[in-house]
Design a protein around this ligand. Structure first.
Ligand code: AMP
Length: 429
């Protein structure tokens, strides 16, 4: 993973080699030792010093780069600098995230990293009873980790007051944009003090995110890591060409070749996810689906069973799976190819967490050829192909159009290049 600032002034101090050099407190350092973190990841190395110094930061980084710790560690350090009174206290840190799962995951991570600093945090998400959240907030919290919808609900009920907020984190900002949270985010930011510190993390930098940053951040330090290419490099990828009707038996066959191992199968639709889960369970393969139609408690149970290995196969749609961090995923299957090529990278990144390597197999039906070409343009390579019976197919160049007989050579990539310079610029592009 190479650090490569893409916009604005890069953070200059690039000689830091371990967490001690970053100036973090002893109690935080000892938690990191317990976690087995030996050296900071590139995003941590770049982001921790400016966050500790109170600067605003824009981070171009996706899940899997260690960005949660990159913002959590310096925030916890700064929070614990001031004495906190017993009993009620208004939140001083607000983290906004796009999905319930990611919100809960961030709050859990912050609690772990916070060790016994005596700070209180709570997750505020929809889909679960609001009462317990109200009780927790009224008892006093230092850190609120929230999805925008439920947070606005609690603000309108006057349970949450944001006038003591010192730091706001906008995590997975591009995903929040895609879900339609941008107006809510702007409303929420207006309720926080102008003097606050703001940290914005996003895997891509569409224009709307750039203008959010221009409107709400003060002279931010801009940091970036380019996990896409390196993540993709470590993953053994293949594409299997087949008819749509052959996908159910092909997925069952693949899962059977990884007995008891963690496998994530991605489908484009919720119905598709349920269908695959039924097929795999008919063969006792321990599968459960996770998507937006499942209740929050069902989703949490499913994830817990996946984490502890009692249900080793997770069938997921993109939104439900975004940001979920489960180590030890051996295989990712793209049952359907995603319409948005960036999703491919997010999906297969599940199998190459924190330095591990992994395996990704994508099914491609005849009507998915365009999606495959878009993915190959994005990752700038052809994915080795197998036919449905497992025999290797001839190698192609990623920009090569589907052969329609002999033809003049096509220009290689003007179109593709235009994609990258569009408003959804990737970290690696
Ligand atoms: P994140 O990008 O925040 O979702 O983090 C991805 C994974 O990397 C999580 O499982 C973290 O526990 C792990 N991680 C974060 N920082 C480090 C580090 N410095 N060394 C090793 N693992 C880390």
């Amino acid at each position: 993973m190479q650090a490569a600032p893409v916009v604005g002034k890069p953070y200059q101090e690039r000689y830091i080699v371990n967490f001690t050099d970053l100036g973090l407190k002893k109690p935080i350092l000892s938690i990191l030792v317990k976690q087995g973190y030996e050296t900071p990841t590139p995003i941590q190395e770049q982001a921790i010093p400016p966050v500790l110094a109170g600067r605003d930061v824009v981070g171009l980084a996706q899940t899997g780069t260690g960005k949660t710790a990159a913002f959590s560690l310096p925030i916890l350090h700064r929070l614990s600098d001031t004495q906190h009174k017993a009993g009620y206290r208004a939140p001083r840190v607000l983290v906004l995230a796009p999905t319930r799962e990611l919100t809960i995951q961030i709050e859990t991570a912050m609690r772990t990293y916070g060790g016994d600093l005596g700070l209180r945090s709570t997750a505020v998400v929809g889909g679960v009873p609001i009462k317990r959240q109200i009780v927790a907030i009224r008892a006093g919290v230092d850190i609120l980790v929230a999805t925008p919808g439920r947070l606005e609900d609690l603000i309108s009920q006057r349970v949450v007051v944001l006038d003591k907020i010192e730091t706001v984190v906008l995590d997975e900002a591009d995903q929040m944009l895609d879900i339609g949270f941008m107006p809510a985010i702007r409303r929420i930011l207006k309720l926080t003090p102008r003097s606050r510190q703001t940290l914005l993390f996003s895997a891509t930098m569409p224009n709307e995110i750039k203008s959010l940053s221009a409107d709400h951040l003060k002279n931010p330090v801009e940091v970036a890591v380019t996990p896409v290419a390196s993540t993709v490099d470590k993953i053994d990828q293949t594409v299997m060409h087949m008819n749509t009707d052959d996908k159910p038996s092909a997925v069952a066959k693949l899962v059977r070749t990884h007995p008891g191992k963690r496998v994530i199968v991605f489908t484009r639709t919720k119905r598709g996810a349920d269908k695959v889960a039924r097929k795999l369970n008919a063969e006792n393969l321990g599968a459960e689906a996770i998507h937006g139609n499942k209740s929050q408690s069902q989703r949490q149970r499913t994830l817990a069973a996946f984490r502890d290995g009692s249900n080793p196969v997770l069938i997921a749609t993109d939104i439900a799976a975004r940001g979920i961090d489960v180590p030890g995923v051996e295989l990712v299957v793209n049952y359907d190819l995603p319409n948005v090529p960036e999703s491919y990278v997010h999906r297969i990144g599940r199998t190459a967490r924190a330095g591990a390597s992994g395996l990704a197999v994508s099914f491609c039906a005849g009507d998915e050829a365009k999606q495959l070409r878009d993915i190959e343009k994005l990752i700038k390579r052809a994915i080795p192909a197998l036919s449905a019976d497992g025999t290797p197919m001839p190698e192609r160049s990623y920009a090569e159009p589907k052969s329609r007989g002999p033809k003049r050579p096509q220009p290689q990539g003007n179109k593709g290049r235009r994609r990258f310079s569009g408003n959804r610029q990737r970290a690696s592009a």
